[in-house]
Structures are given as structure tokens and as C-alpha cells.
Design a protein around this ligand. Structure first.
Ligand code: XUL
Ligand code: CO
Length: 435
């Protein structure tokens, strides 16, 4: 194990009253919530990309972070892996996740790049065995290299489609070998800028074709994890095909692929789609496709993907309410595909980001549990719909009424009585428990 974070010891739970900024105040892995350890509820994963590969650039300026592995080829990649596992262990994160491009430098040919990926997988295999840290998901970066500028699976050039397929296969193989629990597909360049040069129908068909190949291959190699699609409405392309949860669900159902996929839903992407994250999660849960979450929040005032560490307690409480109501993760987890700000240049900043993110989720889990067990919230919501449980309401719900029969009832009723939605009361209950 490397000693990059000199002087830092393992981050421990010290409780809400501790003033140690390098301790957990709410995340107590062994605490039992609804019969399960907190660690097993939240299944935190550190993302390689933003924590180790991102250099701090933005459209107006380049690298701000100094890391000894930058620009250092495969030696750098090996050092980066050492340091990454040091951080996972110091944080006590049970999982990590990565794109191929995060872990190995690209080489001059596909075959050489793949060899490099496999060499890193050898290292990971050993480190997983040594530390017990597991792989939540693996994925391919099909968006950074210029070959993918016109799309990967949706590229008008079949050679690029094939290159994308080869890249996905290599990453599925490595994910499978490492015992990865899921495989993620974020269609970074699967979208378009203008219909003037784009055959939308053709591109959507190509995407469906690639997804069904992925499913066939998953079954062929016996990968038992979920394949996760990550919706995002725009950025990098103007019109991303996987716009939001409902769009992805509809697309998958249309192509008969809904049984083989779940969703990896990201808070920042929900914001970009002008939804809330709990809406996106609920839509997926309703379809039986609530897979995993990318925890990073967006910015509510601007319209690009800021990938910030989660911080807004009310937002995460609403997320945890949806998660607990649906029985928790079935194989997914919470990954921090989040970057500290580019002027957060101290080594400790990476810790502060993760500690804060893990704490806000842990606190939200406890609050959501209390809201479900001890507040009137669930009962109030159920009562709002209670008249569908019997009489004509139940007949309607069970499909026993035709439109004519419904009209007869409606005609006889006159003006329905007004019933308050009580939003303010619901909000007050949430805030009474957010403490
Ligand atoms: C991009 C993004 C990705 C996906 C995996 O916005 O969120 O990191 O999570 O490719
Ligand atoms: Co993401």
C-alpha cells in the first residue's frame, strides 16, 4: 500500500458532535437501519474518474491539480492505482468504479490499449483481494477520444460502431473478471447537434442494436450483474438520446430490452433534465428499473453538469425516501462521480468531498427511516388515494368500468368536493425530521 496521504489515518465515525473535519459525523457503517447495516444500504463507491484522472480543467483553463501520475504513462497508471486503493481504504469505501480511460493511458492501437487495460486489471485483482474493496461497476469511455466525436454506437461510420463494440466488450470482460456487480453505459456522444446532418431513426436503431448485442454477450459470458443505462438530457450533445428516466424506459420497452437493463441515475443529470432526482428515481422504481445512483449534484441556476459532491440534505432525504420505499438497492449503490472544485487543490479536499457526501447520505437515510416509521407522511399520502381502495373507486382501478359507466357516475355526482393537497404540511413534516 502506498503512503501518498502521509499523516492521514483511517476516517472513523465520531458522531455528530465531533469537530474533527476528517471524521464521519453520521456515516456509521455498522449502525442498523431497517434491519440492515448502513454500509449495506448505501454501498458507497469512489469514482476513479473525477478523484484521480480529472486534472482540474474547465473550458477556460487547464490543469490546476498537481499529481505525480499525470503524464507518466503506465508508471503513472500504476502509482495512481496504488493511491486510489489507499484512498478507498482510508475512507472505508466498500466499492470503486472506473472507465477504461481513467485507469490506463491510451496507446497507439486498440490492441495495445486493451493490453494496458488488462495489465491494470491484474493490479486491481490483487488489490481487491488485499483490501476487500469491490467493483460496483465498470464502463467504457466512448466520448473523450476524437474518434467518437460523431457518436459511438450512433456514429454514421460502421467502423466507429465496431470500435465502440470492441471497446465495450473489452470493458465488460474486465468488469466480469474483477467481479464487478454492474456494467454502466452512459451514452456520452449518443445524441446529435442538428437534424440537418442527422438521420435520427437510423441512429436510434443503431443504439438499440448495440444494446441487444451487449445483452447477448452478457448472457454468453454469464455476467450476472445488471447492465445500467445512465440518462442525461444534454451535454455533450444538444439532444442526448437517453434524455431522462422515462425516455430510457420507453426506448428499452419499445425494443423489448426492458428486462435486461436498469438505470444508473445521476442527481446532476436530473437537474439538467429539469426534474428532481427523486422524480427520476421514482420513475425508474415504478418500472422495476431502479439500479444505482451517481450521487453528484448539479447547480440549480446554470445549465451544465457541475458534478459537485452532494450537500443538500433535503434533496438527499427525498432520494432516500424513494429508495427505502422500494426496498433499497438490489445490486446498485451510491457512487461519487463527483469532483471537488478546480480551486480545491489540497489533498485533503478529496477527503472532505467524500466525507461530506457519505455523511449527507447517511444522515438522510436515518431521517428517511424516521419519516417512514415515525411521521404521518406515509399514512397521509396513502389516505389521499384511499377512495380507490373500495366502492366505485376500486371498480375503476380494477378496470371494471367502461367509459359509459364512468360517465353515469360522473353525471350523478355533481361537482366533486374540494380536497387540499396540503403541500405545506408535507414540507413541514419533512423539515421537522431534518435535524
Ligand atoms: C457523465 C457521467 C459519467 C457516467 C459514466 O456525465 O456522469 O461519468 O457516470 O460514464
Ligand atoms: Co455519472
Amino acid at each position: 500500500m502506498s503512503d501518498f496521504f502521509k499523516g492521514l489515518s483511517k476516517v472513523e465515525y465520531e458522531g455528530p458532535d465531533s469537530d474533527n473535519p476528517l471524521a464521519f459525523h453520521h456515516y456509521n457503517p455498522d449502525e442498523i437501519v431497517m434491519g440492515k447495516r448502513m454500509e449495506e444500504h448505501l454501498r458507497f463507491a469512489v469514482a476513479y474518474w473525477h478523484s484521480f484522472a480529472w486534472e482540474g480543467g474547465d473550458p477556460f483553463g487547464g490543469r490546476t491539480f498537481e499529481r505525480p501520475w499525470f503524464d507518466d504513462g503506465m508508471d503513472g497508471a500504476r502509482l495512481k492505482a496504488d493511491v486510489a486503493f489507499e484512498l478507498f481504504s482510508l475512507l472505508g469505501a466498500p466499492y470503486f468504479c472506473f472507465h477504461d480511460a481513467d485507469v490506463r493511458p491510451e496507446s497507439e492501437s486498440f490492441a495495445k490499449s486493451k493490453k494496458r487495460l488488462e495489465a491494470l486489471a491484474d493490479i486491481f485483482e490483487q488489490k481487491i483481494a488485499e483490501t476487500g474493496v469491490k467493483l460496483l461497476w465498470g464502463t467504457a469511455n466512448l466520448f473523450s477520444n476524437r474518434r467518437f466525436m460523431g457518436g459511438a454506437a450512433t456514429n454514421p461510420d460502421p467502423d466507429v460502431f465496431a470500435y465502440a463494440g470492441a471497446t465495450i466488450k473489452a470493458n465488460m470482460d474486465v468488469t466480469h473478471r474483477l467481479g464487478g456487480e454492474n456494467y454502466v453505459l452512459w451514452g456520452g456522444r449518443e445524441g446529435y447537434e442538428t437534424l440537418l446532418n442527422t438521420n435520427l431513426g437510423q441512429e436510434m436503431d443503431q443504439m438499440a442494436r448495440m444494446l441487444s448485442m451487449v445483452v447477448d454477450y452478457k448472457h454468453k459470458i454469464g455476467f450476472s450483474g445488471a447492465i445500467l443505462i445512465e440518462p442525461k438530457p444534454q451535454e455533450p450533445t444538444k439532444h442526448q438520446y437517453d434524455f431522462d428516466s422515462e425516455t430510457v424506459i420507453g426506448f428499452l420497452r419499445h425494443h423489448g430490452l426492458d428486462k435486461d437493463f436498469k438505470l444508473n441515475i445521476e442527481t446532476s443529470h436530473a437537474t439538467l433534465a429539469q426534474h428532481t432526482m427523486d422524480h427520476e428515481m421514482q420513475a425508474a422504481a415504478n418500472a422495476g428499473m431502479l439500479g444505482s445512483i451517481d450521487a453528484n449534484r448539479g447547480d440549480y441556476q446554470n445549465s451544465w453538469d457541475t458534478d459537485q459532491f452532494p450537500y443538500n440534505i433535503n434533496e438527499t432525504v427525498e432520494m432516500m425516501l424513494v429508495l427505502l420505499r422500494h426496498g433499497g438497492f438490489q445490486g446498485g449503490g451510491v457512487n461519487f462521480d463527483a469532483k471537488r472544485r478546480r480551486n480545491s487543490t489540497d489533498l485533503n479536499d478529496t477527503f472532505f468531498g467524500h466525507i461530506g457526501g457519505m455523511d449527507v447520505f447517511a444522515r438522510s437515510l436515518l431521517i428517511a427511516d424516521d419519516l417512514i416509521q415515525k411521521s404521518p407522511l406515509e399514512k397521509m399520502r396513502a389516505e389521499r388515494y384511499a377512495s380507490f381502495d373500495n366502492g366505485k373507486g376500486a371498480d375503476f382501478e380494477q378496470g371494471k368500468l367502461s367509459l359509459e359507466q364512468l360517465a353515469e357516475i360522473g353525471n350523478a355526482l355533481g361537482e366533486p368536493k374540494q380536497t387540499s393537497g396540503q403541500q405545506e404540511l408535507y414540507e413541514n413534516i419533512i423539515n421537522r425530521f431534518v435535524r
